[in-house]
Design a protein around this ligand. Structure first.
Ligand code: ADP
Ligand code: ZN
Ligand code: ZN
Length: 727
């Protein structure tokens, strides 16, 4: 053992960007055993704040007498490896240690106030002692009640006091005689899982392809090598089964596993499968849990009661010790990126965590990112498990079309209804219509805070901004000229549901909508999915949610209404997104039966659509990598984006120009901008993008440039946000 450390370096959990710790505190007697990751309440200026011990030291540069001591230590700490991970995140994403540490705290800790808001729930548990066993066997004199209790404990083992047949008084008297022992135990609040697609059978025998894919993964696990794999398997090829077998390998070694999924509400199937396979050793962590449940799931992981964690991006911070495997399912999914400071990418964090833990990293997708193709060892699953071919995909040219549905699409839906089959329809736009104009004077309804049009949500009787949440009552007349003729343009999922309902809906043929407006939130999403699965026929329509990893065995038709919508974004990932969306939707169709896919588009010749229609992922990836190489986009260069925002006209652009002026000498980097962005939440915005050859140097340079600019008087009203690897 090393000597007891005298000094703790503590990072106070304050949100102020300018405060950079860590700060030294002395550790007098009562705090002698303090470890990295401990949570301490410390005096800080005139306040007391919660802080995380990030390092221990023998001595301080300051004189020990001048150092303050902590006021209190919480019983619960953060594992040291997560403290290291958080510090790495702070640097990697130009954030602050405090903000990064807040990602790894026990649920209910941090935020406002130094004290945790959630505590373990405990219960008194009664257990028979040796003397108690003797008393039962030896026929010692006992009251009827007392004997009853002892007999029950003898039969069942320890029980919560509340579940024994006796009152508190009886238990206390038995305890006083030494016949039972009473102890407080933590009782975990377990979330209920929504079971979708559950099956009672054990693990199926692997297909030959699955077996081949599993071998190198199992080998790396066995040898404790931190290898990185990409399971590139067509939709329906059984990737989940490979994850489960790999996780079983990790568990056999006594190590833990994290399985990351895009969004748990959308992927209840995988959670169900993991729970079926591994039972009580599974914990789930996601925002749909109550505070108490989340705290308890966290505790089960921290205490080693659970060894497998399933959850969305934040589950990469699961407090599991000795991780053997991290799985990133549907690794192409944009939800792995966290969109507020620290703007971490869970895929990149998973890589860092796996490296540090000596764990295997296993990404999986039917439409992997070019970045992953370039960086990870690829394992292929080329065939669907059921041996069926991928469904034929037909592109429908919508240029000059007068109706939202192409005649062929209309006919195909009609056929599905007549045959009593199922269809999935993708329209990546929520609401009733995308914008309103006055037919008399041309007035358009726009958000007062953002430069975008307001979207009509008819059921709510409101128009809403999809960027800032602004809402107002749906207009019945023009606010500019008073004319009552308000024209609605474009088609959203709400109106599509209405129209398909009118055209096709009937008893036994439900039309089910799935988007983030569906009332009731999370639970409603799982319910909608379960309803569609249980129905023998019907239509599931919605935003990209409908294209995510669902495994419904009997979808005869997949239909994409606006395949080029994603292409119209001025973003280097537009091609990748479009390809993935169409390929993923195609992947939902024709499992366990005949299927076909129709893709409506205004850009029928777009290569990403052509290649998706041909199921040519390799062709797409090769071309995309070539294009990225030429343009020095990831994986051939890293992007760092700085967005400046300000209320005052011109201030955002001025701040962006000042940042840019400080970025002249980043080695091998190209700096683009400042370029204006649309106004958001009442603020003008301007961005600068750095295309970097040297990632670490660029991140450091951007950090310095932003800090220096933010400190300048003339830019004090501007807000700065830095996004490394922007989506
Ligand atoms: P993917 O994630 O690759 O799209 P899934 O993991 O959803 O595919 O698997 C598709 C279907 O095949 C699921 O219903 C799954 O239970 C089933 N499956 C997977 N592996 C096997 C196997 N070895 N034998 C039989 N069925 C399997
Ligand atoms: Zn008008
Ligand atoms: Zn707005």
């Amino acid at each position: 053992m090393e000597g007891v450390s005298a000094i703790a370096k503590v990072e106070p959990l304050t949100s102020a960007r300018s405060l950079r710790g860590p700060f030294d505190y002395r550790l007098p007697g009562p705090f002698a055993g303090t470890e990295v990751g401990a949570l301490l309440v410390v005096p800080f200026g005139h306040r007391s704040v919660l802080g995380v011990v990030v390092e221990l030291a023998e001595d301080s540069e300051l004189e020990p007498e001048r150092l303050a001591a902590p006021l209190e230590a919480l019983d619960l700490g953060v594992p040291p490896e997560l403290v290291r991970l958080a510090r790495w995140i702070a640097a990697e994403y130009c954030s602050t240690p405090a903000r990064a540490l807040s990602l790894v705290l026990p649920p209910g800790t941090g935020g406002s106030g130094a004290r945790p808001r959630i505590r373990p729930r405990t219960a008194l548990v009664a257990a028979l002692t040796g003397a108690g066993e003797g008393a039962l066997a030896g026929g010692e004199r006992l009251g009827t009640r007392q004997r009853e209790v002892l007999e029950q404990l003898h039969a069942t083992g320890p029980l919560p006091a509340a579940s024994t047949p006796a009152g508190h008084g009886t238990l206390r008297r038995l305890e006083a005689r030494g016949l039972i022992a009473m102890e407080r135990h933590e009782r975990r609040r377990r979330p209920r899982s929504t079971r979708v697609g559950a099956s009672a059978a054990g693990p199926p025998p692997l297909t030959l392809e699955q077996e081949r894919a599993l071998i190198p993964v199992a080998e790396a696990l066995g040898a404790r090598r931190a290898e990185r794999f990409l399971l590139h398997g067509v939709t329906g090829s059984g990737k989940t089964e490979v994850y489960l077998r790999a996780a079983a390998c990790a568990l056999e070694q006594g190590r833990g596993a994290i399985i990351l999924v895009p969004e748990i509400a959308l992927t209840p199937q995988i959670q169900t499968r993991v729970e079926e396979r591994f039972g009580a050793t599974v914990a789930v962590l996601h925002s749909g849990l109550s505070d108490g449940e989340r705290f308890d799931e966290w505790m089960r992981l921290r205490r080693g009661e659970a060894r497998v964690c399933v959850g969305p991006r934040s589950a990469v911070f699961a407090p599991l010790a000795d991780i053997g495997l991290i799985v990133v399912d549907e690794e192409h999914d944009a939800s792995y990126k966290h969109e507020s400071d620290p703007r971490y990418d869970a895929r990149h964090v998973a890589e860092a965590r796996a490296r540090e833990a000596g764990a295997v990293l296993l990404h999986g997708s039917a439409t992997p990112r070019p970045e992953s193709i370039a960086a990870l060892r690829r394992l292929r699953l080329a065939e669907r498990v059921d041996g069926r071919p991928l469904p034929p995909v037909e592109i429908l040219d919508m240029r000059g079309a007068r109706h939202a549905l192409h005649p062929k699409a209309r006919a195909a839906l009609e056929t599905v209804r007549r045959d009593g089959a199922k269809a999935i329809v993708l329209l990546n736009r929520r609401g009733w219509s995308n914008f309103l104009t006055c037919a008399a004077c041309g007035h358009a309804w726009e958000c007062p805070n953002c430069d975008v049009t307001l979207i009509l949500h008819r059921a709510q009787g409101a128009v809403a901004c999809h960027h800032c949440g602004h809402r107002e009552p749906a207009p019945s007349s023009c606010t500019a000229c008073g004319s009552p003729s308000v024209a609605r343009h474009g088609l959203g999922t709400e109106r599509l549901e209405h129209e398909l309902g009118e055209a096709l809906g009937a008893d036994g043929f439900p039309v089910i909508r799935l988007d983030s407006d569906v009332a009731g939130g999370r639970g409603a999403i799982a319910t909608a999915l379960a309803r569609f699965e249980a129905a023998s026929a019907g239509v599931l329509l919605g935003t990209q949610m409908v294209a995510k990893g669902h495994d419904f065995p009997d979808v005869a038709l997949g239909l994409v209404l606006d395949a080029d919508a994603t292409l119209r974004f001025p973003d280097f990932r537009a091609e990748e997104r479009t390809f993935a969306l169409v390929a993923q939707l195609a992947g939902r169709a024709g499992r366990g039966g005949e299927g076909r896919v129709l893709v409506q588009t205004l850009a029928p010749d777009a290569p990403s659509l052509r290649l998706a229609a041909a199921h040519d992922a390799d062709g797409f990836l090769a071309a995309e990598l070539e294009r990225r190489r030429a343009l020095r986009y990831p994986p051939y260069g890293d992007l760092v984006r700085i967005v400046c925002a300000a209320l005052e006209p011109g201030a955002a652009a001025a701040a962006a120009a000042a940042v840019r002026a400080r970025l002249h000498a980043v080695p091998g980097a190209a700096v683009l901008g400042p370029a204006p962005l649309f106004r958001l939440r009442g603020r003008e915005r301007s961005q600068v993008v750095v295309k970097a050859a040297d990632r670490a140097a660029a991140i450091a340079a951007v950090g310095r440039a932003v800090d220096a600019t933010a400190r300048e008087r003339e830019h004090r009203h501007a807000a700065f946000s830095v996004d490394v690897d922007p989506q």
